[in-house]
Design a protein around this ligand. Structure first.
Ligand code: NAD
Ligand code: UDP
Ligand code: UDP
Length: 324
């Protein structure tokens, strides 16, 4: 691990769900943070509490265009992340992954700065091996409705690996599995935000397919800790490394958990399964354990309860008030 001293750090996508938590964490460690975001899916509300901080700066910018700033380190998180968002303008999604990565890598190359890429478990596609290890090459449809994201992120990994091989850049690749927590977008269509919003509104929880498909959900604070550890790991450790919580569960299980913890009267409604929806997904996190000393600490029940409280306070204040 590197010594802790104050650095100037660029966070692209800093006004999004993960980015806003990362900015707060880095400011808390005494760093200067430059948040770059085009507000495609992020919001000023996510970073409102950081705006007055003397070491925080916000720049509205689309990373598919070149960016000339001076920083010591770059976290590249900019990219819509939920299927509803990344499928809204799929060409822009691939551009953000590919052109955006080239620009951020070009910036890192000029500055000789470390750069971390927020990659994804989606590089494994609809996996045929369980749990997924970093050595698995994946099972990805190259031209389906999820491909703009899956293939965009795969190409970004290629670029990161080649900037390292070709220019000796210090790169870090994190393969992030499904993450949830406060600051998730309420309308992003992701399963945790959908189910919590539906449960709090007393509306049916929309389970796609028969609900037997699985995911493993990591609480945001744990995930951010993994990203920071990866950035601070020795120069020669580049990843890719899986970051996620290996507690695999079905969508029906998570629906029932959320109904239980919100005390909701909502029922479950079955809807058609979207195309190319992965059947099973769960990380093997032994590499993160060995190389970063990292493992998630938050149990799903605890994290979901904290997330539901956030959604209730922010979007259902009357309900929160009645419960208090
Ligand atoms: P998010 O949509 O909340 O945040 C993405 C941010 O990037 C938003 O603020 C958005 O406005 C910004 N952005 C998008 N395109 C941009 C562009 N061209 N230029 C500048 N800013 C742009 O999503 P998130 O959940 O915070 O995800 C952050 C990163 O982590 C993404 O790269 C995503 O692929 C990755 N990731 C997230 C998860 C997860 O479960 N949340 C899982 C795997 C990977
Ligand atoms: N770039 C940038 N900021 C910088 C340096 C480069 O945005 O400080 C962009 C620029 O658009 C360039 C891209 O990064 O096209 C890739 O840079 P690189 O040096 O790898 O390639 P080249 O400049 O030769 O195209
Ligand atoms: N899903 C669901 N109901 C919803 C939203 C999603 O059953 O209202 C399912 C979806 O089909 C997928 C899983 O939940 O099988 C996770 O979906 P999400 O979009 O959160 O993440 P990803 O598919 O990218 O892992």
């Amino acid at each position: 691990m590197r010594e802790r001293h104050s650095r100037r750090i660029l966070v692209t996508g800093g006004a999004g769900f993960l980015g806003s938590h990362l900015c707060a964490r880095l400011l808390g460690e005494g760093h200067e943070v430059l948040c770059v975001d085009n507000f495609y899916t992020g919001s000023k509300a996510n970073i409102a509490h950081l705006m007055g901080h003397p070491s925080f700066e916000l720049l509205r910018h689309d990373i598919t265009f070149p960016l000339y700033v001076e920083v010591d380190e770059i976290y590249n998180l900019a990219c819509p992340a939920s299927p509803v968002h990344y499928q809204h303008d799929p060409v822009q999604t691939t551009k953000t992954c590919v052109h955006g990565s080239i620009n951020m890598l070009g910036l890192a190359k000029r500055l000789r700065a470390r750069i971390l890429q927020a990659s994804t478990s989606e590089v494994y596609g609809d996996p045929t091996e369980h749990p997924q290890r970093e050595g698995y090459w994946g099972h990805v449809n190259p031209n389906g409705i999820r491909s703009c994201y899956d293939e965009g992120k795969r190409c970004a990994e290629t670029l990161f690996a080649d900037y390292r091989r070709q220019y000796g850049l210090c790169v870090k690749i994190a393969r992030i599995f499904n993450t949830y927590g406060p600051n998730m977008h309420p309308d992003d269509g992701r399963v945790v935000s959908n189910f919590i919003m539906q449960a709090l509104a007393g509306e049916p929880l929309t389970v796609y397919g028969d609900g037997s498909q699985t995911r493993a959900f990591c609480y945001v604070d744990d995930l951010i800790d993994g990203l920071v550890r990866l950035m601070n790991s020795p120069d020669d450790f580049c990843g890719p490394v899986n970051l996620g919580n290996p507690e695999e569960m079905t969508m029906l299980e998570i629906a029932n958990k959320i109904i239980g913890l919100t005390g909701s009267t909502s029922e479950i409604q079955f809807r058609p399964l979207p195309a190319d929806d992965p059947v099973r997904r769960c990380p093997d996190i032994s590499l993160a354990g060995d190389m970063l000393g990292w493992a998630p600490r938050t149990r799903v029940e605890q994290g979901l309860a904290q997330t539901a409280k956030y959604f209730e306070r922010r979007f259902f204040p009357h309900r929160a008030h009645a419960a208090a």
